[in-house]
Design a protein around this ligand. Structure first.
Ligand SMILES: *Cc1c(COP(=O)(O)O)cnc(C)c1O
Length: 362
């Protein structure tokens, strides 16, 4: 027998949202609307398009392995040094690189129930133990998270705000977790993939506290508010000691040439981001009103999606909505058997989604 690792065999693979064409092929439908992967319904900035067109012409050369100009631009954007920036093939990759830098058998990672499924997969792949603490009303519980740590805890990882619940941990509680982690030599990853959409007053990005915590890694993505998930680009901001180590295990050309150009241009167009955020908030407010009219419970969100409680099993709801051409994300994989996650789309898409939900309830 091949020498497969035990810990790899026990991994449940991540179930990504399927491409529209695949779903349409499987279910014999067409003109469907995908509200399953928290993508940007308004596309991406025209500046990004120009940058990509320029980049395409250079596709016969290797990209800059250090992503110098991109990292320089990101560093300027956050007012940190270039040595505090690591870029990756999606923020997924930078999270994985940081985790692989510290994890091995015998260590554990602490997060919460309903956290982003990717963290557990990376932890298991490293042979470490994953601890998901109980949440409270779909929110991460900072006391539970702190209580779950022991001398073998290497990392606390928190997506704030969280996918798939849309809830957040307050700035006060994050600082408490960061302080505890620092005192116990634990790395804290604050995955801020949805930071642009947050409206809650009690929220604060951990980006403002990097100077106080050399154990803190903040990750951001271009996949959501910047709308270029197809290019795969994300980054970490952290103390250079951590990034210097993570950099050693990074594939030399992990960020492709088109993504490097696009990432610079995307930061230059904050008007596009503001438009996306404004439209998303309008969509969320519309969905709140309509879901209430339908008597459906939802979890108030600080992201570009809403977790909705449905009367049928998650998978049954997913299938029923598909018949109306609406692709949502079933949630039973997260232990949320009566929930679906609905990404916010254009107002026209949101209206169609509500129509489909109304019909499927019958
Ligand atoms: C979408 C998402 C990301 C972004 O992943 P990329 O690899 O940058 O596309 C990261 N974390 C969470 C929680 C997400 O939902």
């Amino acid at each position: 027998m091949f020498k497969f690792r035990e810990n790899i065999q026990s991994i449940t693979p991540y179930a990504p949202g399927k491409p529209v064409k695949e779903v349409e092929r499987e279910h014999g439908i067409k003109d469907s609307i995908k509200l399953a992967s928290n993508e940007n319904a308004w596309g991406f900035s025209p500046l990004v398009k120009v940058a990509m067109e320029k980049a395409i012409k250079e596709a016969n050369i290797y990209p800059d392995g250090n992503s110098y100009y991109l990292r320089k631009r990101i560093a300027e954007f956050h007012n940190v040094g270039i040595e505090n920036i690591m870029v990756g093939n999606g923020s997924n990759e930078v999270i994985e690189l940081v985790m692989r830098t510290v994890l091995s058998e015998g260590y554990n990672v602490v997060s919460s129930e309903y956290a982003f499924a990717v963290y557990k997969i990376i932890t298991q792949a490293c042979g470490a133990e994953y601890r998901a603490t109980k949440s409270k009303h779909y929110k991460f519980d900072p006391d539970e998270i702190i209580a779950a740590c022991d001398k073998n805890t290497a990392i606390i990882v928190i997506d704030n705000p969280n996918n798939p619940t849309g809830t957040h941990i307050s700035s006060k509680d994050m600082l408490r977790i960061a302080q505890f982690a620092k005192e116990n030599s634990i790395l804290l990853i604050s995955d801020e993939a949805y930071v642009e959409y947050v409206r809650a007053k009690s929220y604060g990005s951990m980006m403002d506290h990097l100077k106080d915590f050399d154990n803190l890694i903040v990750t951001r993505t271009y996949s959501k508010a910047y709308g270029i998930c197809g290019l795969r680009l994300g980054y970490a901001v952290a103390d250079k000691k951590i990034l210097e180590l993570a950099n050693r295990i990074r594939e030399a050309f992990n960020v492709n040439l088109v993504a490097q150009y696009a990432g610079i241009a995307a930061l230059d167009d904050q008007v596009f981001v503001q438009m996306t955020v404004k439209n998303t908030h309008e969509g969320i407010d519309y969905l709140y009103v309509e879901l209430e009219k339908l008597g459906l419970k939802y979890v108030p969100t600080d992201c570009n999606f809403i977790l909705v409680e449905v009367p049928h099993h998650s998978l049954e709801s997913f299938n029923r909505l598909l018949r109306y051409g609406i692709i949502v994300r079933p949630m039973h994989g997260y232990g949320l058997n009566n929930h679906i996650r609905l990404s916010v789309g254009t107002m026209e898409q949101n209206k169609k989604a509500i129509e489909a939900i109304r019909s499927h309830l019958k």
